[in-house]
Structure formats: structure tokens, C-alpha cells
Design a protein. Sequence first.
Length: 285
Amino acid sequence: MKQDQSNSNVDFYDVTDKNKDNIESKENIENSRASPTNKKILKDEEKTTVSKMNLIPASFNENDEKKSVSTKNNAIQTLLSELHHRVKNNLQIIGSLLSIQARRLEEPTAKHAIQDVQSRIRTMTLIHEKLYQTDLLTEVELDEYIIELQQFLFRLYQKENQIQAIITIPKVRINVDKAIPLGLILNEWITNSLKYAFPVSENKSVNIISISLQKKENQYSIIYQDNGIGMQKETQNNTIKSDTPTKKKKSMGTQLVASLVEQLNATQKEHFEEQGVCFELIIPS
């Protein structure tokens, strides 16, 4: 029995010594944490942790901002596309109303006046149609636009089988602010040729209208030509007379072209020959 008790006492004191060691180790840890050096380390670790926590929301905010900008841009593009679509539809309605009115008219002069207005409206309608059909929204493919405009005018004046069109335009995109006045200028030139340059009395093997574009350093050079009867004979049929018999006024089309050239800050050169006309339009790019 004594031997057993001594063994149990030994076990008891061993456990107590271990507890003492644990208590002492805890005290040592607390003391080490309380030392100035370790306090500084702990503070530095806390600052690092806080700074890392602050970085996470910042990155999230940056991504959110990018998404917000992208969403706004998409919304603006959608609105612009819808705007061009509605403008195109409204212009088409006006053109349709003019067509209905033209069918009720019997006087040729009134019909021709409405045709001129229709061609100008269609010139602007084509621009907005091209804009909403693409992702560009502010630029127009000039070659496609001019070809479609020429084809429409030939149909309007029923000249598809009488006149040949030669269009040499490279792939060029032009801003809508320049495309609309340029389209209206070309509309006036083509319309004038279709109406006056090729009278039935003049027998020609081939009647030709040509449009070409050359891109120079900081400008575009657009050259329009026809091989018709020439400007002097055309103006005899295309001049509005004033009360004074000897005085001649410029036609509306001529005045409109002059105003549009000024709007483009462009330069227009005219070359008149016995046969045909040649206009050169120089536009800053």
C-alpha cells in the first residue's frame, strides 16, 4: 500500500509541475507581447491588415466604375441609333406626303418643284438611314452613300436607261456634319444634269455623269462632271428672271450650293466648256 501511494504522489506532483510550466510559458508570452519591440511589430501587422482590407473595396469600386461607364456608353449609342431611326422615319413621312400631293398636280412646274424638294429630303433621309444601320452613328461610308443617292435620283427623274454614271470613290468615312451638306451639294449637281444637261434634241451616243474623290494631305477633292450641253445653254432654261428683262437671278439650287459650300468651309471651282460641266469641291478633312 505504501508503495502505491508513493507512486500516486509522484504522478500528482508531475502534473502540478506541468501546469506550472504552462502558466510560466503563458506569462512569458504575455511579457514578450508587452515588450516595446513586439508592440511595434503588432501595430505594424495591424496597419498592414487594415490597409489590405481597404484595398479590396477600392478595386471593387474601380470595376464598378468601369461597368457604369460602359453601361452609359451603350445607352448613349442606343439613344443615338433610335434618334437617327426616328428622324429617318419622319423624313420619309414628309416625302410620302409630297408624293401624294405631286400626284394631284397637273402643272409641270409645280410637279418639278415638288420633285426637287423630294430629292433634298431623300438626301438627308439616306444619311440617317445609313447611321442607324451601323455601329458608327456619327460617320458615313461615303462611297456607299453617293452610289445610293445617285441611283435614287436616276429613278426619281426616270433616267436609269438614258445616262451612265461613273463613280470612283475609295473607302472613306466622313462625319455626319460634313456628309449632309456634301450630299445636298451632290444632289443639286446631279439633279441639274438630269433635268437640263441632256435634252432629247441632243443626239449623243453615251450620256455620262461622273463623280470622283481624291484624298490629299488634309483635304478631300471631289470632282463632278457631265458631258451634256454645257452650262451656258443650261442656264438659259434654269434662270429665274426678275422684273428687269436684262437682269438674271441665281436659281435656288445655285444659292443653296453656295450656302452649303460656306458651311463646309470648302472651296468650289467651276470649269465650263462647250460640252459639259466640271465642278471641283475641296473640303478640309
